[in-house]
Every structure is written in structure tokens, then in C-alpha cells.
Design a protein. Structure first.
Length: 292
């Protein structure tokens, strides 16, 4: 795997991999299609696909081992779900103890069949998180050569600040929900903090879970996307992705499709340049009001 290099601007998220009905060979074909589009970064988590996502992706890599050196792999940990595969879990909860973080990383490495993760994220903020203990886990994993970089997911800015205050190296990424359907991160300090600390924001659900497209053309945002996509000779979903890419924090949209043709269309959003007024037209349509 690549290490010490930037992730591709677009990332393929695998939270829905269980819905795609792909065999390991089919996943490998999808990975190759992504590489052909310049997408070399893949986002997983220990809990995806009822804890089977990493194993399926690892099986795919075993069918095509030549792919492995070309990939950047992200995975997440820290959520314990109630599941038949985890009968010891009596309640859904979070666990950011050193023991669990190290054990989760080790499990991910075995499931994926790799020696090092490019990025490990804490999946959700844990009210019982002891920042010094998380820092100790990160240090142990880094010194053991098991993880190249660390980050968080769905944290508030003050929670990022707390964890960063205990770390000897910067957090590299923050995965969060941001889109034209969810603009909170633009105003609550999250993206400002990402710029200040040079943390890479990774936008999950960049199309609002499909709700942005379902609203076409009934909503003000849907009408604005339709109108602007005509002006730009693009599709509404391409414009919605381009809106994220225009932000100075350098947002990395995490795409959720297993369809290579749809991924090809979404990748074309990288060539769309929204000017400042077009960007604010979409923001106004999304929020329902002019900026103050």
C-alpha cells in the first residue's frame, strides 16, 4: 500500500458493500474500475456489512494481489454493535480504550490481509474517551508499524481539540457528514478547524443519501441544481459533488456507489469549476435563506 502520500480526492466508501451482491472477484473488479478513474482510496469499518466488510475486501485482494500496492486503505473502529456475531454485546456502545483500539486494528489487518493501515479513524466520539489512553494506543500502533496515520469521524471541534492536545503528531483526517443536504459543518467550526489544523475532511453521504436527487425538481435546491447543471452541461449529482470540491478545506467526498458507470460520472465532477456566485446560489437554495 501507499503510505505517506495524499489520498485520492474521491474516496469509495464500502458501508453498503453488503447490498451490492458482489463476490470477492466482483469487488476486485470494482477496485480496478476505481483505480482506472484515479480513485485509489477505500473507506471501510470494522462494523460494516455486519462485521464482514473487511474480510470480503481482504478476500477480493487475495484474488488480485497485484492491486494491493496501489491502494490506500482507511478503516474505522470504536463502535460495538449488538449483533449475532458479537453475542457478548448487551447494548450498543462505544469503546476507545487502548485495549480495544489496538485489538480492532489487529483484527482489521488480519481481515484485510495487509501489514499496515494507511489511516485508522475513531468512528464516533466516545463520552468515556480518555484522551491519554487513545494517544497511547495510537503511539503503540504507529511504533509497531501497523498504522501510518490517525483521524476521527463525526467529532465536534472541541472533541478534536481534546484528542489533538494529547497527540505528538497531527490528526490527518476527519470524516463527517457534509453536503448540500447537511451544511452544519460549514457553520459550526468543523471545516474552519480542518483548515486551521490542515486535517483532511472526508464527506460521507455527499449526496445526502440520495435525498438530494429524489427532491428534483420539487424543492428549491432541486430546482437550483437542475438549472445550474444545464448551465454547466453536467448532471445535478455532478454539480452537488463539485460544490463540495469547491470548498477551501479540500473536502474528499466519500462515494457510496458500487456501479462503475455511476462512479465514472461522479468522477467527472472534478473537472467542474463552480464560480463563487454559483456556489452561494446553491448554498442559499440548500439553507432556504440568503447569507446574513
Amino acid at each position: 500500500m501507499h503510505t505517506g502520500q495524499a489520498f485520492s480526492r474521491l474516496i469509495l466508501g464500502l458501508w453498503r458493500i453488503g447490498d451490492w451482491g458482489l463476490s470477492p472477484a466482483g469487488v476486485a473488479n470494482l477496485v480496478q474500475a476505481c483505480l482506472d478513474l484515479g480513485i485509489d482510496t477505500f473507506d471501510l469499518a470494522d462494523i460494516y456489512h455486519d462485521h464482514a466488510c473487511e474480510a470480503l475486501f481482504g478476500a477480493a485482494l487475495r484474488t488480485a494481489p497485484a492491486l494491493r500496492p496501489r491502494l490506500r486503505l482507511i478503516t474505522k473502529c470504536g463502535i460495538r454493535l449488538i449483533s449475532p456475531s458479537r453475542p457478548q454485546h448487551r447494548v450498543k456502545h462505544y469503546d476507545t480504550s487502548r485495549e480495544h483500539l489496538v485489538a480492532s486494528a489487529d483484527h482489521s489487518l488480519r481481515a484485510l490481509g495487509v501489514e499496515r493501515l494507511d489511516l485508522l479513524l475513531i468512528h464516533r466520539p466516545d463520552p468515556l474517551m480518555e484522551a491519554d489512553e487513545v494517544a497511547a494506543a495510537f503511539t503503540a500502533l504507529k511504533e509497531a508499524g501497523k498504522v501510518a496515520a490517525f483521524g476521527v469521524s463525526n467529532f465536534q471541534p472541541h472533541q478534536v481539540d481534546l484528542l489533538q492536545s494529547r497527540l505528538g503528531e497531527p490528526l490527518q483526517a476527519h470524516q463527517l457528514e457534509v453536503s448540500l443536504g447537511q451544511t452544519r459543518a460549514l457553520f459550526d467550526g468543523t471545516l474552519d478547524q480542518a483548515q486551521r489544523l490542515r486535517i483532511s475532511p472526508q464527506a460521507w453521504s455527499p449526496l445526502g443519501g440520495g435525498r438530494l436527487l429524489q427532491a428534483l425538481p420539487e424543492s428549491p435546491l432541486g430546482r437550483a441544481l437542475t438549472r445550474l447543471s444545464g448551465d454547466l452541461e453536467a448532471t445535478p449529482e455532478q454539480v452537488a459533488i463539485a460544490w463540495l470540491l469547491r470548498h477551501p478545506a479540500r473536502i474528499h467526498p466519500v462515494l457510496g456507489s458500487g456501479n462503475p458507470e455511476r462512479l465514472r460520472r461522479l468522477a467527472q465532477a472534478q473537472s467542474i469549476q463552480l464560480d463563487r456566485q454559483q456556489w452561494f446560489q446553491l448554498l442559499e437554495a440548500a439553507t432556504g435563506q440568503e447569507v446574513p
